[in-house]
Design a binder for this molecule. Sequence first.
Ligand code: NAD
Length: 307
Amino acid sequence: MTGGAGFIGAHLCRRLAERGHEVAALDDLSTGFRANLDGVGATLHVGSVLDVGLVGELVASADSVVHLAAAISVPDSVTDPVGTNEVNVTGTLNVLCAARDRAAHTVLASSAAVYGPSPEVPTHEELVPRPVSPYAVSKLATESYGLSFAANYQLPVIAFRFFNVYGPLQSPAHSYAAVVPAFVSALLDGRPLQVFGDGKQSRDFTSVASLVAVLADAVERRVAHDRPVNLAFGTSTTLLELIERLQRLTGLAATVEHREPRAGDVRVSQADTTLLRSLFPRIVPQDLDDGLAETIAWFRATYGGQA
Ligand code: NAD
């Protein structure tokens, strides 16, 4: 697995190791952490997906490849599109070439960002992608190369479009931190919650537990598909509703500060789940309150706050 020391990668390493698989994680620790894999039962190889020799060596002994490594920051991709392209596109090509040589089943991480800022909702996979940020373009290239390798080399590939994933291990530290860790950490520390715009924008929040359940099932059943697949469960929660839930679950009162809406912020993000449910009929998603409660518990255990 690439990106195995990251937020999603570490959860997937744990899940696969618990299910008896031998897991090798390749990660350059640029945004991931060695400690995420403590006690997980996966072997960490520190290095880059840009190291063709290392990628080839690791994939040579793998039956399945899950490629999660990426430069994940949208603002950084605007500042440095070439750097994002290098890691996300060239890195993906390196992984796909190695997987092709081994005929390894391959799982790719794309993003709902490929749909652009104002897609039809619920958003289905056949919509014309309108990526705006270089990050979104790189994710469209990621999935397109994957499906190209499937068509040209009969590589079994599935490319998932993740929506808003949240859960334990997700960092609140970056200026571009995802909204759940940003809100939970602010609430526990007694800081104001910053809401860009009126807070009525909605998201299809996916707990990392639900996400890795799908990814592990894809690996174990070697599920492949000739189109990208939305990986979210079709829910819709506004940021104001999210704040209500977090207040109820923590017993803390939030102070909310409204800021100017951010350019390019999607108003409504909600996946059409028809394809996901047909390919993964056994997966039952985790309830939002349960996922948020686990996230809050992890934040309290890790960062303290008003535990
Ligand atoms: P993350 O930053 O925690 O994980 C990415 C991992 O890749 C990190 O451990 C990082 O160190 C590693 N990495 C980066 N560049 C590398 C390189 N050159 N070589 C090897 N490793 C490298 O982020 P995440 O949220 O776990 O994201 C995992 C994947 O899911 C990414 O591809 C991301 O684009 C995608 N995704 C995530 C979300 C979300 O809501 N979290 C949404 C859409 C797509």
